[in-house]
Design a protein around this ligand. Structure first.
Ligand code: ADP
Ligand code: MG
Length: 323
């Protein structure tokens, strides 16, 4: 009981529908290799024997640093379940429990991480990048609509359904995601400094704007192939982020369009309240320059109120009358 209320105060989701199966995983699935690993998880490629279908099996440790972390794992499952209708989030197929792990069987994203596109010798044309960013914003918008912030958006947590031809994006890794309006234990939910917003470094409250900062960082990386705030050490990175130390006149921007720079500039803004929302972003001309007459946010019809509600692209904050 006490654990429940503590978890929910920390912004964790506690309700899951998916039954956690206890029969051995390897009777139904064959593990065929490793896809990635983080601090507390290993993700393995996994084939369902009966169907030949490929899944990604995320093995999450039940105990971390000697502490029972089942609530965190259940939370990650709950966020995936709450995102069932979000086409930009990987689907949760099943869950298993072993002695040390809970294993999430996830829809397999065969194209790997967007990270590889950021560090490749040949950068994507902007026409392709805008499509990936639109899909990312759609996914983020739908998460924000159900009152959940991701808080760990980075090129390693945005995957592709295929690489050649370039497929659609899928968001993964909801370990740091939190319900909106909860303070959370921010010391614990600190993501990688390179990608986190200044307010997170200052332990300020969580808002949806934190994810939009990350979209700015990811866009920067896709168009330049460089990480905007990465310093020689953690200290320097922290400083670069908190001073919003970005130089748009760098050599790496020589081939980047004015509209792309404008898009990034409006997201990499220190004050969270001055950043556009995901829905605002969808109306930025950079995202639509190759698609004249296209309707922004095609899969989520917006109410008239949302349409008229202060679009941050119209004018810089100081020029807005209703501030
Ligand atoms: P962590 O919490 O350890 O960062 P992630 O959920 O981000 O765990 O998974 C780690 C890595 O495993 C990802 O960055 C990605 O490379 C790979 N991965 C995760 N989920 C999938 C998936 N559904 N399909 C393909 N690869 C995946
Ligand atoms: Mg990850």
């Amino acid at each position: 009981r006490r654990l429940d209320s503590r978890s929910s105060a920390a912004g964790l989701l506690g309700d899951i529908q998916t039954h956690i199966q206890t029969d051995p995983l390897d009777s139904l699935y064959e593990i065929t290799g490793e896809l990635g690993r983080g601090k507390f998880a290993v993700v393995k490629r996994c084939v369902e024997k009966a169907t030949g279908k490929v899944f990604a099996a995320k093995f999450l440790k039940k105990r971390r640093r000697g502490r029972d972390c089942r609530a965190e794992v259940v939370h990650e499952m709950a966020v995936l379940e709450a995102s069932r209708n979000n086409p930009r989030v990987v689907n949760l197929h099943a869950a298993y429990e072993t002695d040390h792990d809970i294993v999430l069987l996830l829809e397999y994203a065969a194209g790997g991480e967007i990270f590889d596109l950021c560090v490749s010798d040949e950068l994507l044309p902007e026409g392709q990048i805008t499509r990936l960013i639109r899909q990312t914003l759609e996914g983020v918008h739908l998460m924000h609509q159900i009152g959940v912030v991701h808080l760990d958006l980075k090129p390693q947590n945005i995957l592709l359904t295929s690489l050649n031809p370039l497929g659609d994006i899928k968001l993964v890794d909801f370990g740091l995601a939190r319900r909106l309006g909860t303070a959370g234990e921010l010391r614990e939910i600190l993501g990688t400094p390179e990608y986190v917003a200044p307010e997170i470094l200052n332990y300020e409250p969580i808002t949806t704007a934190t994810d939009l900062w990350s979209v700015g960082v990811i866009t920067y990386m896709l168009v330049t192939g460089e990480s905007p705030f990465a310093g020689d050490d953690k200290q320097e990175t922290f400083l670069n982020v908190s001073q919003v130390n970005v130089d748009y006149s760098r050599e790496s921007f020589s081939m980047v369009s004015e509209l792309a720079v404008d898009f990034i500039r409006k997201l990499l803004v220190k004050a969270p309240e001055d950043r556009p929302s995901a829905a605002d972003c969808m109306t930025h001309p950079w995202l639509w320059q190759h698609y004249p007459g296209f309707d922004p946010l095609p899969s989520t019809p917006r109410t008239p109120r949302e349409r008229s509600g202060g679009c941050k692209w119209a004018a810089p904050p100081e020029d807005q009358e209703d501030k």
